[in-house]
Design a protein around this ligand. Structure first.
Ligand code: FAD
Ligand code: PYC
Length: 420
């Protein structure tokens, strides 16, 4: 029996030394068949399962995860949630997601620690200022909040940035920036766990340590998956495997225009609050925020060679650390605590691929590349809609795989920013 999380239940459980809490979700054994099998227990796979059950009443669903849920990019990312994209199609998609995040902790009864402290993008040149005013104006036209800031306003928000002075001018002067106040970080694990808990409570099976190794087919149609724990039949199969999308597509017999790269991040030892916002410097290729534990979270660009090794190269790490010392000199003596990488699924127009594949019975959610954490609610919502109703959700319509045939790209490389 699932317990509702509340101050009252916390107090009540403390009287029994917290020994009676029910598991947040059940680690299921796979059954022989389901209506829907979802491959990948990251945020997108789990959100798809949750919305299938919650929005459509489809509960005979299994999420099959090779490792542990949230152990892929969902548990490795720097958790920036924002909707400051350029094109109307993306603005609608990502802002739907931000709006879901705004009420998701309540809905899931799980503290996602979404902190709308603002996402600040720095301008270091006239060119940056021009590009950002175009970007902010596009956002305003799309009905999304955006504020252009001058240098004094940036300094007021983030005083530890290196503004230089007349004696020692900054190497990368800060001329201004732009801010999306509704943006900010959330707790990555909690998003996976919250969706898993919500899905499991509605009857979805979550099967961990179960790798999909192939597909069962009748003619061209996918009718199940082959896994390290046996065959599982399904009416429909959905892939939400991020950096492994091309591998699974290959097993199913089609190609995806997705390249997999390592994207890395790192955190310092924890300190008292020193950063107020999530700050990005696209020109320097680095970004910073501070977690609620106090660690300074630092990220940068992709490793510029395809890889499935979840490590991250030394030269990107060195670049990011140098940029940190340059932009935040007062952080220069902090010790680095952890560094890691995830394998991200990059598409030429930096926009996702959502919906049907060329293989009947097989659906996909991928191509989020460096920016799919913010999109977990909308990725799950739209894929669940298509799986349950057979119709493409309006928000997902521009992001179908056939755009690589028609050329109807939505090029968001600039908004994907730092990590590209
Ligand atoms: P994942 O969380 O990777 O889940 C896919 C799952 O599929 C994995 O758990 C994997 O084990 C499983 N799987 C793979 N193959 C198989 C198989 N054969 N059988 C069964 N299971 C399989 N996005 C943002 O919005 N904001 C950010 O600030 C941000 N920063 C990032 C920083 C870093 C360092 C990284 C790596 C990514 C960042 N991202 C960010 C991107 C974001 O993390 C991803 O787009 C998002 O988490 C993808 O979620 P997912 O559920 O599709 O994939
Ligand atoms: O999507 O905001 C983002 C992001 C920043 C760094 C990596 N992804």
């Amino acid at each position: 029996m699932r317990t509702r999380y509340s101050a009252w239940n916390l107090l009540a459980a403390s009287r029994r030394d917290h020994r009676d809490w029910a598991p947040a979700w059940l680690d299921a054994e796979p059954k022989p068949r389901y209506d829907v099998v979802i491959v990948g227990g990251g945020g997108h796979g789990l959100a798809t399962a949750y919305y299938l059950a919650r929005n459509h009443g489809v509960t005979n669903v299994c999420v099959v995860e090779a490792g542990w849920i949230g152990g892929g990019n969902t548990g490795r990312n720097t958790t920036i949630v924002r909707s400051n994209y350029l094109y109307p199609e993306s603005a609608r998609l990502y802002d739907f997601s931000v709006r879901q995040y705004e009420q998701l902790a309540q809905e899931l009864n799980f503290n996602l620690m979404f902190s709308q402290r603002g996402v600040l993008t720095l301008a270091h040149s006239r060119h940056d200022l021009d590009a950002q005013s175009r970007w902010a104006n596009a956002m305003l036209c799309n009905g999304i909040d955006a504020e252009l800031l001058d240098a004094a306003q940036v300094r007021a928000l983030e005083p530890r940035l290196n503004f230089g002075d007349t004696a020692r001018p900054a190497r990368h002067p800060i001329l201004g920036g732009f801010l999306q106040r509704r943006g900010g970080p959330a707790r990555h694990d909690a998003v996976a766990w919250g969706y898993a808990r919500g899905a499991s409570a509605r009857g979805v099976d979550i099967v961990q340590k179960c790798a999909v190794t192939g597909f069962v087919k009748q003619g061209e149609r996918v009718t199940g998956v082959l896994t390290s724990r046996g065959e599982i039949r399904a009416d429909k199969v959905a892939l939400a495997v991020a950096g492994h999308s091309s591998v699974l597509a290959g097993l199913a017999g089609f190609q995806l225009p997705v390249t997999s790269y390592a994207l890395q991040a790192m955190v310092t030892e924890p300190v008292k609050p020193v950063l107020n916002t999530v700050t990005l410097s696209p020109s320097l290729g680095a970004y910073w925020s501070q977690s609620d534990k106090g660690e300074v979270v630092i990220g940068g660009a992709l490793d510029h060679f395809p890889s499935y090794a979840q490590r991250g190269s030394f030269d990107v790490m060195q670049h990011v650390v140098a940029a940190t010392c340059e932009m935040f000199p007062s952080l220069g003596r902090l010790r680095m605590l952890r560094q890691w990488a995830g394998i991200v699924d990059v598409v030429v127009d930096s926009s996702p691929i959502l919906g049907a594949t060329p293989v009947p019975g097989l659906y996909i959610n991928c191509g989020w590349g460096t920016g799919g954490f913010k999109a977990i609610p909308v990725g799950g919502w739209t894929l669940a809609h298509q799986l349950a109703t057979g119709r493409v959700h309006d928000l997902a319509e521009p992001f179908q795989l056939d755009r690589f045939r028609t050329g109807r790209f939505i090029d968001e490389a600039a908004a994907a920013g730092i990590a590209h």
